[in-house]
Write a protein that binds this ligand. Structure first.
Ligand code: URA
Length: 246
């Protein structure tokens, strides 16, 4: 090693030793390492990653880690007939997450949410908002298709819901838009009819959440598109207001 570099290294070590001695004299026995999150293990679900001494012991999970834990899920009977698990798509750092109900036939075929007729309508809604699928994150309450597109059963929602919550915790979006009654009722734990919930901002774990109608409902009831557009205008407004630096 060149002599000048060796000298610099010795000085840096002496300085570090001095800092640690000062801290020791002040009674400091541990130093939080919250600025090194990548080296920490992912927090287990529902566990806060700080120990009693205020030291970070784990960090937020990533979407990939949540997906890996879901694995080839067998937690409810929907696994029997599914072709693909439909985990979610889009930007892992999305400002807005759209949460639907459950995959239909086309989503089950492709392993991607909202790729059927309702999905094409959702794409058009996003486009009108000035957004693309890649800008947002799209997922569902249930990750597997209920047979014949029937409504999700409570036990299926119970099995799947923790993964939706972990996805939301990983993304930390600025807002959530729920599409249809199952997403709103699940995340808000509120069985109020979607017609009464829609268009009113709520909170999910401190994140603003706006319930609106499901695109499949709009296909059957085109007159309700007007309501959804009013709701989306609220989302656009908030996105503009909270845009960093603007
Ligand atoms: N309906 C949903 O709720 N989700 C999809 O992914 C497709 C249709």
């Amino acid at each position: 090693m060149p002599e000048n570099l060796q000298h610099e290294l010795q000085e840096a070590l002496a300085q570090a030793r001095g800092i640690f001695e000062d801290l020791h004299n002040l009674g400091v026995v541990s130093v939080p390492v919250a600025d090194l999150p990548a080296k920490l293990p992912p927090c287990p679900p529902d566990v806060c990653g700080i120990d009693r001494g205020g030291t970070a012991v784990c960090r937020a999970e990533t979407l990939d880690e949540v997906r890996a834990d879901l694995g080839d899920c067998r937690r409810c009977p929907l696994c029997r007939d599914r072709k693909h698990i439909v985990f979610g798509v889009g930007n892992p750092h999305a400002r807005v997450v759209f949460v639907g109900e459950a995959p239909g036939r086309e989503e089950d075929e492709k392993g991607e949410p909202f790729v059927g007729e309702a999905g094409r309508l959702l794409d058009r809604i996003l486009f009108a908002m000035g957004l693309a699928r890649e800008d947002v994150y799209i997922c569902n309450v249930e990750k597997c298709r209920p047979p014949g597109n029937r409504d999700p059963l409570p036990e299926e929602i119970t099995a799947c819901e923790p993964f939706l919550k972990r996805q939301l915790a990983a993304i930390e979006p600025e807002m959530i838009v729920t599409l249809g009654r199952f997403a709103a009722q699940t995340l808000l734990n509120d069985q109020t009819a979607i017609s009464r919930q829609r268009g009113k901002w709520r909170q999910y774990q401190g994140i603003p959440l706006l319930p609106t109608y499901h695109p499949a409902f709009l296909l059957r009831n085109p007159a309700a598109k007007r309501d959804v557009w009013e709701d989306m205008k609220q989302v656009i407004k908030r996105l503009r207001e909270t845009r960093s630096g603007g």
